[in-house]
Design a protein around this ligand. Structure first.
Ligand code: NCD
Ligand code: ZN
Length: 351
């Protein structure tokens, strides 16, 4: 089947983004805003965003970091901690500041030291969210060091997520950055209550890539990429047309030196190439006609928001994106960069 040489879709949104703060925010925000009209902003700053006033102030800083010629709406989230305040959650939703709240199991990933240690400790907060119609966004990995890193998502589904769905029957939940066929099946099994986001990187490589010819830190993120069978399950889910699956890049910038070292950070910066990589995946699957649903329709539908009216066009062309992005002012006197994600396989789309 011949591929179209371009595809026009409604402007997409990104339902999982780390924009950071300060010099990193200044360097990164534009790359997300060039591609996406709206984004769900992760609250894992140091310290985390737990109060309505902090989220509103962070939202202002993000808006200031976006060039005036770009239209971009940051959608803010609350970082859940043990004892999360139900009143603060409900108030922030009512005031139009929070769109959702984020559950990081304590120590699951970057900047999650303040995360939740037991679901009992957030039960009151989750009840308030059920009442307020505020979705819960989940980093779905157990943190028990006895559980193999490649099994942490699947174990989380059985041990934590299934009981959580039962305990809070009114709560809508997004299983973020799904990496396993078990994650796909779990979302499919709860279509009225669950969404699942899928990243460009988990669609484009499996765990072998992390170790191909040596250890390659720019392929390391959490949840870690799994076996090929799981990548194939993700590709099927993303391109299936099932409205429960939608776009979330999990773009997570770290400076190149903090990735390329003895204990490198987890996180992949894919914002400048996100739509190009998604288009490549959908083209390879012969499902470009379903890209718009995944990127621009299913997410708004889950969140009860209108789809964007503006149209954008992706073209079949050699990828045109920087290999690194500079971060002025990150470390006085030192030129710091962020390395941009690039799959090993060719990307034949430009945006
Ligand atoms: C994220 C980060 O760097 O903030 N890292 C990552 O590997 N994805 C945190 C997260 O989403 O897990
Ligand atoms: Zn993330």
């Amino acid at each position: 089947m011949s591929q179209p040489s371009s595809i026009t879709i409604r402007r997409p949104d990104d339902w999982h983004v780390h924009l950071r703060d300060g010099p990193m925010l200044a360097a990164c925000a534009v790359h997300t805003a060039r591609q996406f009209a709206r984004a769900i902003i992760m609250p894992n700053l140091v310290p985390p965003v737990t109060k309505v006033a902090e989220a509103a102030a962070y939202r202002d800083r993000i808006r200031k970091a976006i060039p005036a010629d770009l239209q971009f709406e940051p959608l803010m989230t609350c970082y859940l901690t043990d004892g999360a305040d139900p009143v603060e959650l409900a108030r922030g939703k009512k005031e139009g500041v929070w769109v959702a709240a984020k559950l990081y199991p304590a120590h699951a990933t970057t900047n999650s030291a303040h995360g939740v240690t037991s679901m009992d400790r957030v039960a009151k907060g989750l009840e308030a969210m059920e009442k307020a119609g505020m979705p819960l966004l989940v980093h779905g990995e157990v943190t028990d060091p006895d559980v193999d890193i490649f099994d942490r998502e699947a174990v989380f589904l059985d041990k934590v997520l299934f009981p959580l769905l039962k305990r809070h029957p009114g709560l809508k939940i997004v299983l973020e950055h799904i990496t396993t066929r078990e994650g796909v099946a779990f979302v499919e099994a709860h279509p009225d209550r669950m969404g699942g986001t899928i990243t460009p990187h988990h669609l484009s490589y499996n765990r072998n890539a992390i170790f191909k010819g040596g250890i390659r830190p720019h392929f390391y993120c959490l949840p870690i990429a799994k076996r090929e069978e799981h990548r194939l399950a993700l590709r099927r889910a993303a391109t299936s047309g099932n409205p429960a699956f939608f776009l979330g890049t999990d773009t997570a910038p770290h400076s190149t030196d903090t990735k390329e070292c003895a204990c490198g950070c987890a996180g992949i910066f894919n914002a400048p190439v996100a739509m190009q990589v998604y288009a490549q995946v959908f083209a390879e699957e012969g499902k470009l006609d379903r890209l718009e649903a995944f990127a621009s329709l299913n997410g708004p539908r889950f969140y009860g928001l209108p789809a964007n009216e503006e149209k954008v066009t992706l073209r079949a062309a050699t990828l045109d994106a920087p290999e690194t992005v500079e971060v002025p002012g990150l470390s006085p006197g030192l030129a710091k960069t962020i390395t941009v994600f690039r799959p090993d396989t060719p990307v034949g789309w430009s945006f």
